[in-house]
Design a binder for this molecule. Structure first.
Ligand code: PEP
Ligand code: MN
Length: 344
Protein backbone atom coordinates (compact mmCIF):
# COMPACT_ATOMS: atom_id res chain seq x y z
CA UNK A 1 0.00 0.00 0.00
CA UNK A 2 1.29 3.45 -0.90
CA UNK A 3 0.33 6.71 0.82
CA UNK A 4 0.77 9.60 -1.60
CA UNK A 5 0.92 13.08 -0.06
CA UNK A 6 -0.25 16.41 -1.47
CA UNK A 7 2.61 18.51 -2.89
CA UNK A 8 1.95 21.04 -0.10
CA UNK A 9 1.82 18.48 2.75
CA UNK A 10 3.91 19.64 5.71
CA UNK A 11 6.65 17.67 7.46
CA UNK A 12 4.59 17.26 10.66
CA UNK A 13 1.59 15.98 8.65
CA UNK A 14 3.77 13.35 6.99
CA UNK A 15 5.36 12.38 10.32
CA UNK A 16 1.91 12.06 11.92
CA UNK A 17 0.77 9.62 9.23
CA UNK A 18 3.96 7.57 9.50
CA UNK A 19 3.42 7.36 13.27
CA UNK A 20 -0.13 6.07 12.83
CA UNK A 21 1.14 3.39 10.44
CA UNK A 22 4.02 2.23 12.63
CA UNK A 23 1.69 2.02 15.62
CA UNK A 24 -0.09 -0.83 13.82
CA UNK A 25 3.17 -2.79 13.73
CA UNK A 26 3.78 -2.16 10.00
CA UNK A 27 7.00 -0.71 8.63
CA UNK A 28 7.29 2.27 6.31
CA UNK A 29 9.55 3.36 3.50
CA UNK A 30 9.54 7.11 2.81
CA UNK A 31 10.47 8.56 -0.59
CA UNK A 32 10.73 12.36 -0.88
CA UNK A 33 10.28 13.23 -4.55
CA UNK A 34 10.87 16.64 -6.12
CA UNK A 35 7.15 17.45 -5.81
CA UNK A 36 5.56 14.90 -3.51
CA UNK A 37 6.34 12.49 -0.74
CA UNK A 38 5.27 8.86 -0.97
CA UNK A 39 5.26 6.46 1.96
CA UNK A 40 5.19 2.73 1.29
CA UNK A 41 3.57 0.54 3.96
CA UNK A 42 5.56 -2.65 4.51
CA UNK A 43 4.19 -5.93 5.89
CA UNK A 44 0.85 -4.24 6.38
CA UNK A 45 -2.07 -5.83 8.12
CA UNK A 46 -4.27 -4.74 5.25
CA UNK A 47 -7.56 -4.56 7.16
CA UNK A 48 -5.99 -2.74 10.08
CA UNK A 49 -4.35 -0.16 7.80
CA UNK A 50 -7.62 0.27 5.85
CA UNK A 51 -9.48 0.92 9.10
CA UNK A 52 -7.19 3.93 9.73
CA UNK A 53 -8.77 5.64 6.67
CA UNK A 54 -5.51 7.44 6.01
CA UNK A 55 -6.87 9.15 2.90
CA UNK A 56 -8.77 11.48 5.25
CA UNK A 57 -5.63 12.51 7.17
CA UNK A 58 -4.30 16.06 6.66
CA UNK A 59 -1.71 16.19 3.88
CA UNK A 60 -2.70 12.85 2.29
CA UNK A 61 -3.69 12.97 -1.38
CA UNK A 62 -4.61 9.31 -1.82
CA UNK A 63 -3.91 5.76 -0.68
CA UNK A 64 -3.17 3.20 -3.38
CA UNK A 65 -3.38 -0.54 -2.68
CA UNK A 66 -0.53 -2.49 -4.23
CA UNK A 67 -1.39 -6.11 -3.48
CA UNK A 68 -4.54 -7.70 -4.83
CA UNK A 69 -7.67 -7.70 -2.63
CA UNK A 70 -8.43 -11.30 -3.61
CA UNK A 71 -6.00 -14.02 -2.67
CA UNK A 72 -7.23 -17.46 -3.72
CA UNK A 73 -8.55 -16.15 -7.05
CA UNK A 74 -5.16 -14.71 -7.95
CA UNK A 75 -3.06 -16.47 -10.61
CA UNK A 76 0.08 -16.31 -8.52
CA UNK A 77 -1.55 -18.64 -5.99
CA UNK A 78 -1.55 -21.28 -8.70
CA UNK A 79 2.01 -20.98 -9.93
CA UNK A 80 0.80 -18.43 -12.51
CA UNK A 81 -0.75 -21.28 -14.49
CA UNK A 82 -4.32 -21.56 -15.81
CA UNK A 83 -6.47 -24.02 -13.87
CA UNK A 84 -8.85 -26.53 -15.42
CA UNK A 85 -12.38 -26.79 -14.02
CA UNK A 86 -13.88 -30.21 -14.58
CA UNK A 87 -17.65 -30.39 -15.04
CA UNK A 88 -18.61 -34.07 -15.00
CA UNK A 89 -15.63 -34.93 -17.19
CA UNK A 90 -15.77 -31.80 -19.40
CA UNK A 91 -12.70 -29.68 -18.78
CA UNK A 92 -12.82 -25.90 -19.06
CA UNK A 93 -9.63 -23.84 -19.27
CA UNK A 94 -6.33 -25.05 -17.89
CA UNK A 95 -3.26 -25.76 -19.97
CA UNK A 96 -4.07 -26.63 -23.59
CA UNK A 97 -7.79 -25.80 -23.19
CA UNK A 98 -10.57 -26.99 -25.48
CA UNK A 99 -13.20 -24.43 -26.51
CA UNK A 100 -16.46 -25.38 -24.81
CA UNK A 101 -20.07 -24.72 -25.78
CA UNK A 102 -22.86 -24.70 -23.24
CA UNK A 103 -26.17 -24.65 -25.08
CA UNK A 104 -29.81 -24.87 -24.10
CA UNK A 105 -32.97 -22.96 -23.40
CA UNK A 106 -33.14 -20.02 -21.04
CA UNK A 107 -35.78 -21.79 -18.99
CA UNK A 108 -37.05 -25.32 -18.62
CA UNK A 109 -40.66 -24.77 -19.71
CA UNK A 110 -41.81 -28.33 -20.27
CA UNK A 111 -40.43 -31.83 -20.74
CA UNK A 112 -41.03 -31.72 -24.51
CA UNK A 113 -39.45 -28.30 -25.02
CA UNK A 114 -36.37 -29.22 -22.98
CA UNK A 115 -35.83 -32.64 -24.54
CA UNK A 116 -36.27 -31.25 -28.05
CA UNK A 117 -33.74 -28.51 -27.33
CA UNK A 118 -31.35 -30.95 -25.65
CA UNK A 119 -31.41 -33.31 -28.65
CA UNK A 120 -30.56 -30.43 -30.97
CA UNK A 121 -27.79 -29.27 -28.62
CA UNK A 122 -26.07 -32.65 -28.52
CA UNK A 123 -26.41 -32.98 -32.30
CA UNK A 124 -24.81 -29.54 -32.71
CA UNK A 125 -21.84 -30.61 -30.59
CA UNK A 126 -22.66 -29.03 -27.25
CA UNK A 127 -20.41 -29.89 -24.31
CA UNK A 128 -22.97 -29.02 -21.62
CA UNK A 129 -26.71 -28.40 -21.45
CA UNK A 130 -28.05 -25.26 -19.82
CA UNK A 131 -31.62 -24.60 -18.63
CA UNK A 132 -33.13 -22.63 -15.79
CA UNK A 133 -35.48 -24.33 -13.36
CA UNK A 134 -35.40 -21.34 -11.00
CA UNK A 135 -35.61 -18.11 -12.98
CA UNK A 136 -34.63 -14.77 -11.45
CA UNK A 137 -37.19 -12.49 -13.12
CA UNK A 138 -37.42 -8.74 -12.92
CA UNK A 139 -41.19 -8.95 -12.59
CA UNK A 140 -42.87 -11.08 -9.92
CA UNK A 141 -45.63 -11.75 -12.48
CA UNK A 142 -43.25 -13.28 -15.03
CA UNK A 143 -42.68 -17.04 -15.35
CA UNK A 144 -40.51 -18.05 -12.39
CA UNK A 145 -39.49 -21.49 -13.64
CA UNK A 146 -40.74 -25.00 -12.89
CA UNK A 147 -38.58 -25.43 -9.79
CA UNK A 148 -37.99 -29.02 -8.70
CA UNK A 149 -39.97 -30.37 -11.67
CA UNK A 150 -37.62 -28.43 -13.93
CA UNK A 151 -34.58 -30.02 -12.27
CA UNK A 152 -36.05 -33.48 -12.86
CA UNK A 153 -36.61 -32.67 -16.53
CA UNK A 154 -33.00 -31.53 -16.84
CA UNK A 155 -31.83 -34.78 -15.27
CA UNK A 156 -33.91 -36.69 -17.79
CA UNK A 157 -32.38 -34.66 -20.64
CA UNK A 158 -28.91 -35.52 -19.31
CA UNK A 159 -29.89 -39.17 -19.13
CA UNK A 160 -30.98 -39.17 -22.76
CA UNK A 161 -28.25 -37.01 -24.31
CA UNK A 162 -25.29 -37.64 -22.02
CA UNK A 163 -24.79 -33.89 -21.64
CA UNK A 164 -23.91 -32.68 -18.15
CA UNK A 165 -26.32 -30.03 -16.90
CA UNK A 166 -25.78 -26.51 -15.58
CA UNK A 167 -28.66 -24.73 -13.90
CA UNK A 168 -29.11 -21.59 -11.85
CA UNK A 169 -29.50 -21.57 -8.08
CA UNK A 170 -31.27 -18.48 -6.76
CA UNK A 171 -32.23 -19.43 -3.22
CA UNK A 172 -30.35 -20.89 -0.27
CA UNK A 173 -33.27 -23.22 0.37
CA UNK A 174 -32.72 -24.97 -2.98
CA UNK A 175 -29.02 -25.81 -2.62
CA UNK A 176 -29.61 -29.49 -1.85
CA UNK A 177 -32.05 -29.99 -4.72
CA UNK A 178 -29.75 -28.38 -7.27
CA UNK A 179 -26.77 -30.39 -5.99
CA UNK A 180 -28.84 -33.56 -6.32
CA UNK A 181 -29.86 -32.99 -9.95
CA UNK A 182 -27.24 -30.76 -11.60
CA UNK A 183 -23.57 -31.09 -12.57
CA UNK A 184 -22.73 -27.41 -12.27
CA UNK A 185 -24.37 -24.61 -10.30
CA UNK A 186 -24.97 -21.31 -12.07
CA UNK A 187 -24.96 -18.08 -10.08
CA UNK A 188 -26.76 -15.41 -12.08
CA UNK A 189 -25.66 -11.83 -12.58
CA UNK A 190 -28.29 -10.62 -10.11
CA UNK A 191 -26.91 -12.86 -7.38
CA UNK A 192 -23.21 -12.31 -7.96
CA UNK A 193 -23.05 -10.48 -4.66
CA UNK A 194 -25.48 -12.68 -2.76
CA UNK A 195 -22.69 -13.50 -0.32
CA UNK A 196 -24.47 -16.11 1.84
CA UNK A 197 -25.47 -17.95 -1.33
CA UNK A 198 -21.87 -17.87 -2.59
CA UNK A 199 -20.62 -19.23 0.72
CA UNK A 200 -23.16 -22.08 0.75
CA UNK A 201 -22.28 -22.95 -2.84
CA UNK A 202 -18.63 -22.87 -1.84
CA UNK A 203 -19.35 -25.65 0.65
CA UNK A 204 -20.65 -27.94 -2.10
CA UNK A 205 -18.49 -30.08 -4.33
CA UNK A 206 -20.14 -29.07 -7.63
CA UNK A 207 -18.34 -26.71 -10.01
CA UNK A 208 -19.83 -23.23 -10.23
CA UNK A 209 -20.56 -21.01 -13.21
CA UNK A 210 -20.41 -17.50 -11.75
CA UNK A 211 -21.84 -14.69 -13.89
CA UNK A 212 -20.50 -11.18 -13.59
CA UNK A 213 -22.99 -8.72 -12.13
CA UNK A 214 -24.25 -6.01 -14.50
CA UNK A 215 -22.47 -3.30 -12.55
CA UNK A 216 -19.57 -5.26 -11.15
CA UNK A 217 -15.94 -4.25 -11.55
CA UNK A 218 -13.33 -6.92 -12.18
CA UNK A 219 -12.32 -6.70 -8.51
CA UNK A 220 -15.96 -7.11 -7.39
CA UNK A 221 -16.27 -10.13 -9.68
CA UNK A 222 -13.11 -11.80 -8.41
CA UNK A 223 -14.02 -11.07 -4.81
CA UNK A 224 -17.36 -12.81 -5.42
CA UNK A 225 -15.39 -15.81 -6.73
CA UNK A 226 -13.21 -15.51 -3.63
CA UNK A 227 -16.29 -16.17 -1.43
CA UNK A 228 -16.76 -19.52 -3.17
CA UNK A 229 -13.06 -20.36 -3.09
CA UNK A 230 -12.60 -19.49 0.58
CA UNK A 231 -15.52 -21.74 1.47
CA UNK A 232 -13.58 -24.65 -0.03
CA UNK A 233 -14.76 -24.96 -3.63
CA UNK A 234 -11.90 -24.36 -6.08
CA UNK A 235 -13.92 -24.99 -9.23
CA UNK A 236 -15.28 -21.68 -10.45
CA UNK A 237 -15.94 -20.77 -14.07
CA UNK A 238 -16.16 -17.02 -14.58
CA UNK A 239 -18.72 -15.76 -17.09
CA UNK A 240 -18.80 -12.32 -18.69
CA UNK A 241 -22.41 -11.61 -19.73
CA UNK A 242 -22.52 -7.88 -20.41
CA UNK A 243 -22.61 -4.88 -18.15
CA UNK A 244 -24.98 -1.93 -18.03
CA UNK A 245 -23.30 0.92 -19.84
CA UNK A 246 -25.68 3.71 -20.78
CA UNK A 247 -26.17 4.02 -24.50
CA UNK A 248 -25.44 0.47 -25.65
CA UNK A 249 -27.65 -0.60 -28.59
CA UNK A 250 -27.82 -4.15 -27.22
CA UNK A 251 -29.41 -5.32 -23.99
CA UNK A 252 -26.08 -5.04 -22.19
CA UNK A 253 -22.60 -4.05 -23.22
CA UNK A 254 -20.48 -7.18 -23.63
CA UNK A 255 -17.18 -6.33 -21.99
CA UNK A 256 -14.75 -8.45 -23.96
CA UNK A 257 -11.72 -6.69 -22.51
CA UNK A 258 -12.76 -8.45 -19.31
CA UNK A 259 -11.83 -11.81 -20.85
CA UNK A 260 -8.20 -10.81 -21.30
CA UNK A 261 -8.02 -8.83 -18.07
CA UNK A 262 -9.49 -11.71 -16.05
CA UNK A 263 -6.99 -14.11 -17.58
CA UNK A 264 -4.20 -11.75 -16.59
CA UNK A 265 -5.42 -11.73 -12.99
CA UNK A 266 -6.76 -15.19 -12.32
CA UNK A 267 -6.12 -18.84 -13.11
CA UNK A 268 -9.87 -19.54 -13.34
CA UNK A 269 -11.41 -20.28 -16.77
CA UNK A 270 -13.36 -17.47 -18.43
CA UNK A 271 -16.41 -18.04 -20.61
CA UNK A 272 -18.78 -15.58 -22.28
CA UNK A 273 -22.56 -15.37 -22.54
CA UNK A 274 -23.37 -13.51 -25.76
CA UNK A 275 -27.13 -14.19 -25.46
CA UNK A 276 -27.94 -11.99 -22.47
CA UNK A 277 -25.65 -9.23 -23.69
CA UNK A 278 -27.27 -9.32 -27.12
CA UNK A 279 -30.92 -9.46 -26.13
CA UNK A 280 -31.83 -10.25 -29.73
CA UNK A 281 -30.90 -13.10 -32.04
CA UNK A 282 -29.15 -11.10 -34.75
CA UNK A 283 -26.49 -9.92 -32.32
CA UNK A 284 -25.75 -13.28 -30.71
CA UNK A 285 -23.51 -14.74 -33.39
CA UNK A 286 -21.35 -11.62 -33.93
CA UNK A 287 -20.79 -11.36 -30.17
CA UNK A 288 -20.13 -15.10 -29.92
CA UNK A 289 -17.55 -14.84 -32.71
CA UNK A 290 -15.87 -11.88 -31.03
CA UNK A 291 -15.73 -13.74 -27.71
CA UNK A 292 -14.22 -16.80 -29.38
CA UNK A 293 -11.69 -14.59 -31.16
CA UNK A 294 -10.50 -12.95 -27.98
CA UNK A 295 -9.65 -16.17 -26.22
CA UNK A 296 -12.69 -17.11 -24.13
CA UNK A 297 -12.59 -20.69 -22.87
CA UNK A 298 -16.14 -21.21 -24.07
CA UNK A 299 -19.61 -19.79 -24.50
CA UNK A 300 -23.03 -20.25 -22.93
CA UNK A 301 -25.74 -19.67 -25.52
CA UNK A 302 -29.53 -19.85 -25.41
CA UNK A 303 -31.61 -21.71 -27.98
CA UNK A 304 -35.26 -22.72 -28.20
CA UNK A 305 -37.48 -24.95 -30.36
CA UNK A 306 -40.03 -22.14 -30.75
CA UNK A 307 -38.52 -18.81 -29.73
CA UNK A 308 -41.64 -16.75 -30.50
CA UNK A 309 -43.53 -18.68 -27.88
CA UNK A 310 -40.73 -18.97 -25.33
CA UNK A 311 -41.67 -18.07 -21.76
CA UNK A 312 -38.37 -16.34 -21.16
CA UNK A 313 -35.78 -14.66 -23.42
CA UNK A 314 -37.29 -15.82 -26.72
CA UNK A 315 -35.98 -12.86 -28.77
CA UNK A 316 -32.37 -13.83 -28.11
CA UNK A 317 -32.82 -17.60 -28.54
CA UNK A 318 -31.14 -19.22 -31.51
CA UNK A 319 -33.43 -21.53 -33.46
CA UNK A 320 -32.59 -25.23 -33.33
CA UNK A 321 -32.21 -25.54 -37.11
CA UNK A 322 -29.38 -22.96 -37.11
CA UNK A 323 -27.58 -24.31 -34.05
CA UNK A 324 -25.24 -26.71 -35.84
CA UNK A 325 -23.91 -24.11 -38.30
CA UNK A 326 -23.60 -21.58 -35.52
CA UNK A 327 -21.42 -23.97 -33.53
CA UNK A 328 -19.25 -24.83 -36.53
CA UNK A 329 -18.58 -21.17 -37.31
CA UNK A 330 -17.84 -20.21 -33.73
CA UNK A 331 -15.56 -23.21 -33.18
CA UNK A 332 -13.62 -22.29 -36.33
CA UNK A 333 -12.95 -18.82 -34.93
CA UNK A 334 -11.92 -20.27 -31.58
CA UNK A 335 -9.53 -22.70 -33.26
CA UNK A 336 -7.95 -19.88 -35.26
CA UNK A 337 -7.60 -17.76 -32.15
CA UNK A 338 -5.96 -20.64 -30.31
CA UNK A 339 -3.53 -21.06 -33.20
CA UNK A 340 -4.64 -24.59 -33.88
CA UNK A 341 -5.55 -23.69 -37.48
CA UNK A 342 -2.77 -22.42 -39.74
CA UNK A 343 -3.40 -18.92 -41.09
CA UNK A 344 -4.49 -18.91 -44.75
C1 PEP B 1 -29.61 -16.85 -17.57
O1 PEP B 1 -28.51 -17.36 -17.85
O2 PEP B 1 -30.69 -17.34 -17.93
C2 PEP B 1 -29.62 -15.57 -16.84
C3 PEP B 1 -30.69 -15.19 -16.14
O3 PEP B 1 -28.49 -14.87 -16.99
P1 PEP B 1 -27.96 -13.56 -16.22
O4 PEP B 1 -27.89 -13.92 -14.79
O5 PEP B 1 -26.61 -13.34 -16.86
O6 PEP B 1 -28.92 -12.45 -16.52
MN1 MN C 1 -32.07 -16.13 -20.23
Amino acid sequence: MLVIFHPDATGPQIEAVILRITQTGSGTQRVDGAEQTIVGVIDADRDHIASLELDADPGVDRVVPVSSPYKLAHRTRHGDQPYAVDVAGVRFGGPDPAFRLILGPCAVESREQTLEAARACVAAGADLLRGGAFKPRTSPYAFQGLGLDGLKILAEAREETGLPVVTELTDLRDVEAVVEYADCIQVGARNMQHFPLLTEIGKTSLPVLLKRGMGASIDDFLLAAEYILTAGNANVLLCERGIHAGATPARSCLDLAAVTVLKEHTHLPVIVDPSHAAGRRALVEPLAMAAAACGADGLIVECHPDPSNARCDGPQAITLDTLGDFCTRVRAIAATAAGTVAAA
